[in-house]
Design a protein around this ligand. Structure first.
Ligand code: PSU
Ligand code: MN
Length: 306
């Protein structure tokens, strides 16, 4: 029945059947998170980094109403430069399929499709979360609910301070989602290594992390994990500079009334303009760094099978 909806690339299908290490990658970062052509270049480099570190990459997206597990180079190009690709979260999936549209998958929907295909490790830049002033707007990303219920581990560089990081961590705690720091006790804030908030657990090796992930799912403790991997020091942004850019972008969004699913892409693009492209450079580098860790983690997890 799933075959009707899922289109798995042969290389990825083979890796799934053989229990080889696989890393899922999302596509909203391609279509709505970065400008062309940097988006496509980054997506292809990320796939190479995953390979160099011993795993098979599977970039996930929706093309003409089919859930694609493992986009080809041409499909990544297509999603990266086609207008009208829909940012697709959990609620959107059925309609993008029924209407035969193209969709870029968020963290939430990439987790869903990964789980359907049997992929356990997923690498991205940053997760969605509880937005600032969510007390009034109710803007909480569907990514957090997905982490609460879907068994996929998400490697990211933390959450940006366009979000309320404290409330995001509280929300995850309520839903039993472990927040792990890779070689750090502090939850990273995407563009910067520090956020002022602690993680629940620090781990020092992909092996230790793989053991914890296996224990969680062996015990049927449903849901995902957030693995915070700080941006390498040499690519980190100045704390004051990035936070001024974020605040100015949020003010601008409020002034012109940007809301809902448009807000994250709007802020990312505004922050890039204010920082003259510096934020994009950091964003690209942190994704590369996550790809390395995600691949190593997938390798360790594959060794622990059964
Ligand atoms: N953060 C980024 N780049 C992105 C996103 C988040 O730095 O591209 C995307 C991810 O796909 C994430 C989504 O799942 O934004 C969250 O959107 P929302 O808050 O509308 O759920
Ligand atoms: Mn939202």
């Amino acid at each position: 029945m799933l075959e009707k909806y899922l289109d798995i690339k042969p290389e990825v299908q083979e890796a799934i059947s053989m229990g080889k290490p696989i890393v899922a990658l999302e596509s909203t970062i391609i279509s709505h998170g970065m400008p062309y052509p940097e988006n496509v270049k980054t997506a292809l480099n990320v796939e190479n980094i995953v390979r160099e570190n011993g795993a098979i990459p599977a970039t996930i997206g929706i093309i003409k109403g089919k859930l694609k597990v493992g986009l080809t180079k041409a499909e990544i190009e297509y999603l990266g430069q086609t207008e009208g690709v829909v940012k697709t979260s959990r609620r959107d999936i059925p309609f993008i399929l029924a209407k035969g549209l193209d969709g870029a998958t968020t963290v939430a929907s990439t987790m869903i499709i990964s789980a359907l295909a049997g992929i356990k490790i997923f690498v991205t830049g940053g997760i969605g979360g509880v937005h600032r002033r969510a007390q009034e707007t109710f803007d909480i990303s569907a990514d957090l609910q997905e982490l609460a219920k879907t068994n996929v581990a998400v490697v990211c560089a933390g959450a940006k301070s366009i979000l309320d990081i404290g409330l995001t961590l509280e929300y995850l705690e309520t839903h039993g989602v472990p927040v792990v720091g890779y070689k750090t006790e502090e939850f990273p804030a995407f563009y910067t290594r520090k956020s002022g908030y602690k993680v629940d657990y620090m781990v020092d090796s992909p092996k230790e992390l793989a053991k914890a992930i296996k224990a969680k799912w062996d015990l049927n403790l449903k849901g995902g994990l957030v693995i915070g991997n700080p941006i390498p020091e040499e690519f980190e942004m100045d704390y004051g500079l990035i936070n001024r850019a974020i605040n100015d972008s949020i003010n601008e969004a409020e002034k012109i009334g940007i809301k809902g699913k448009e807000i994250t892409p709007f802020l990312l693009s505004k922050i890039k303009d204010i920082t003259s492209g510096q934020s994009l450079k950091s964003n690209i580098q942190l994704v590369y760094n996550n790809a390395k860790l995600g691949a190593k983690l997938a390798v360790e997890l594959a060794k622990l099978k059964n």
